[in-house]
Each structure stands twice: as C-alpha cells, then as structure tokens.
Design a protein around this ligand. Structure first.
Ligand SMILES: Nc1ncnc2c1ncn2[C@@H]1O[C@H](COP(=O)(O)OP(=O)(O)OP(=O)(O)O)[C@@H](O)[C@H]1O
Ligand SMILES: O=C(O)C1=C[C@@H](O)[C@@H](O)[C@H](O)C1
Ligand SMILES: [Mg+2]
Length: 182
C-alpha cells in the first residue's frame, strides 16, 4: 500500500476524520496531519480565536494555504484529516481532485449531533440551534463531499476500527497491484 497517494479524509463535524485518520496513519506507517491543528500551530492561536478575530473568511484563507502546502509539494505521502468546511472553496476542491485519495466519512445529522455534543470548540455550533446548523450545512456540503470523494464510507453504526478497515480494504484493492514485489 506504499504506492497509494495522499489519503485525505473529508466529511462533517463529528464524522470521525481525526479519529479514523490517526488509525489509518498507524497502519499505513505514514505521518498524520489534521488541517485544523496545523492551522492552529501556524497561527499560534486556536480556531475559536481565529473565527473571533478574523471571521470565517480569515479562517478559510488559512485553511486553503495549509491544504496547498500539504498537497502540492509533500515531502512524503501523508494521511490528512480536514476541517468540515474544506469543500466550501472551489480552489480546495480542485486541489482535492488531483492525485489524492479522498475519503468521505459519511455520518447522519443525528450522529454528528451526538458526537459533537461533548465538546464546545467548534465555533459554528456555538450560535443558534446545533441541529439546525448541522442540517443546513449538510444540505450544502454533502453534494460537495461526494463531488471530490474517491470513496464514501458510512460511519453511523460502525466502530472507528471498522471504519478504518473499510478504508484500508479499498486502498488495498486499488493500489496493491501497483506495488513492486517484495
Ligand atoms: N465511528 C465512530 N463511532 C462512534 N464514535 C465515533 C466514531 N468516529 C468518531 N467518533 C467519536 O466522535 C467524536 C468526534 O470525532 P472526531 O473528532 O474524530 O471527528 P471529526 O470528523 O474530526 O470532527 P471535526 O470536523 O469537528 O474535527 C469523538 O469523540 C470520537 O471519539
Ligand atoms: O465545519 C466547519 O466549517 C468547521 C469544522 C471544523 O473542523 C473546523 O475546521 C472549523 O470549526 C470549521
Ligand atoms: Mg477533526
């Protein structure tokens, strides 16, 4: 599976991108990055602070910059978990379509709500009714996730390890024939 390209996880808040990304990186022995964390490290501030001071637009500019850096000239192939809104910009979607295996981790709004209810570091869920917000975001974003995805994996009734195994099976099927013999 060494020949597999960069593996990028997309999907809504609470789909499990960070959780599954970590599991994949261990099995594939690749470095794992989470674009949200990379943005925070570069900014020296957390996401709520960036939203507060620079607005969502400022955050999106930072997000595009990080995605370009990670995918355009990677020193090595990586596993990258992205933020839920990565598909909102066409330039990001164009980057994701290039030589990247994009996995859409699908979760229903009910599951998104359940899994995001334990923490309050997501600025978009701090205002208004979280269920309405997640429903509205899902309507806009689900077609965009599908547009960039090479693989869609249902996560609702699956343990994280089982989700990771689905992704690994697909990578194996797609890329094992291009491996050089050991
Ligand atoms: N398949 C799963 N089954 C049950 N719980 C899960 C599953 N995947 C993730 N979780 C749990 O849901 C929560 C959110 O997961 P995680 O942070 O990985 O999501 P995310 O997609 O990275 O969200 P965000 O876009 O906000 O960064 C965590 O508590 C995690 O343990
Ligand atoms: O869905 C979104 O737009 C976001 C999801 C998070 O991962 C962060 O990227 C940020 O909170 C915005
Ligand atoms: Mg995450």
């Amino acid at each position: 599976m060494k020949n597999a390209p960069n593996i990028v996880l997309v999907g809504p808040m609470g789909a499990g991108k960070t959780t599954i990304g970590r599991l994949l990186s261990q099995t594939l022995e690749r470095e794992f990055f989470d674009s949200d964390r990379v943005i925070e490290e570069k900014a020296g501030a957390d996401i709520p602070w960036i939203f507060d001071k620079e607005g969502e637009d400022g955050f999106r500019r930072r997000e595009t910059h990080v995605l370009q850096e990670m995918l355009e000239e990677p020193e090595q192939r990586v596993v990258l978990a992205t933020g839920g809104g990565i598909v909102m910009r066409e330039e990001n979607r164009a980057l994701l379509r290039k030589e990247t295996m994009v996995v859409y981790l699908y979760a229903s709004v009910e599951q998104q709500l359940h899994r995001t209810s334990k923490s309050n570091h997501r600025p978009l869920l701090k205002k208004g009714n979280p269920k309405e917000t997640l429903t509205n975001l899902f309507k806009i974003r689900d077609p965009l996730y599908r547009d960039v995805a090479s693989l869609i994996v249902e996560t609702d009734a699956r343990h994280p390890r089982a989700v990771a195994n689905k992704v690994l099976d697909a990578i194996k099927n797609q890329f094992e024939n291009s491996e050089s013999p050991v």
